[in-house]
Design a protein around this ligand. Sequence first.
Ligand SMILES: Nc1ncnc2c1ncn2[C@@H]1O[C@H](COP(=O)(O)OP(=O)(O)OP(=O)(O)O)[C@@H](O)[C@H]1O
Ligand SMILES: [Mg+2]
Length: 452
Amino acid sequence: MNPQQTSDTPLRFSIVLTACIALAVFNTLSVWLNLDDLEDSNLETSLTWDAINVANLILINMVDAETAVRGYLISSNESFLEPLERSRAESTFIRSELIRLRDQGIIAADNTSSILESVDREYQALDELVQVVNSDQMLDSAEVSRAFAGKVVMDELRARIDRVQERQHGRLSEINERTYDSFQIAAYVGVGTGAITTLGLLLFYFDLRRNIERRTAAEAELKAANATLESAVVKRTEQLTRLSRHLIQLSEKEKATLASELHDEFGANLTAINLDVSVVAAKIKDSQPQLYDRLQRALGVLRESVDLKRRIIHGLRPSMLDSLGLAAVIEMISEEFTERTGIPCRTALPENMAQPPDDIAIAIFRVVQESLNNIAKYAQASNVSITMTQGDWLRLTITDDGVGIPADIMNRPVTHGLLGMQERMKQLQGIFKVDTPAGGRGTIVRAEVPLI
Ligand SMILES: Nc1ncnc2c1ncn2[C@@H]1O[C@H](COP(=O)(O)OP(=O)(O)OP(=O)(O)O)[C@@H](O)[C@H]1O
Ligand SMILES: [Mg+2]
């Protein structure tokens, strides 16, 4: 796998993700701004409609007032004047609405004032006509024409209101157009950002998929490499186990050969020397006492050598292992240990125990031998005990009350004695453990081998 690709990938992911998020935020903002615009347009539309409605109201109100006065003119019935008063009252509200719309910039100030002026003039004309009717005079032609002067004002008002309404309708179209335009832009922006985001996400998806595929391939490669390595380790361990078994067997064989040669050849030679020197010593005892003494010393050294030979032979492979059996040999080396070190060694071994197979007997003997050596070298113990039981398994424990042993001792690289014992047990499908005894002081070595 190219390392550059893996280190680039998260950066590329981040860039694409950031771009998509930025576009989504931009889109949201644009919709938000558009909503604001829409709200403004709605307000403006509603005010424009207010202006159109107010203009209509003015016209209707004035028509009502004019109709009332004309009715009064014809009938002289005062009840016809009531709509005039209502119209006047209404006109106060209409006037205030007109001014509000002017202040909000919807109706132009000059239009407002000219409309208001026309309204005032119309009411004035109508009031004058009512006064003429009230004075009960006959209407002459001048007054009649004056009565219809209101019509001119009314036409003027209509024209002004038409202008205002035209202007407002124009404004409505403008607002519609503007709103449509801004919606169109928003739609383009929305579709554009949506397309880019989709593209970005697609890129992201493909990139991610490629990355996952690459990672899966790398994992598979690693797994394959691990499997190869594992099988190589298994193979190598098997080879090493075979080699170590071979070396142990070879060493035992060589020790046995050496022991037998020491016993047969070297032992016979020492015995012969002993015999000859004893004979010569007896002969010169009286004639040459000085030489006799020297020969006696030589015989003493010879006896020590015989003793040494015996110890060496026992160390190599006690001949008693075959003749007396495992339990007796363990008893013997424990006594030798006590003699050598002065540390009492208690044994609890099965009575009349059946002699285990040769390889097991040798392995157990070596465990006892190495453990006692280790105790002598390191433990500073006051008491040692060896116990052995025999059933389906042969179980051996060697306990001392010395300084104890580190818990991770079996994982340390230079522990040949302990590893050797472990290896011997492994080759016999047995168990080897080094622990701290229940009391918490000293060391307990366990070796267990299946007998069936
Ligand atoms: N009974 C014990 N009490 C305290 N320490 C022990 C005991 N047995 C072993 N050890 C410690 O464990 C270490 C490893 O022992 P091991 O027998 O594997 O190696 P060794 O005796 O140092 O060397 P070798 O056995 O190869 O001559 C020893 O160096 C010693 O520190
Ligand atoms: Mg050792």
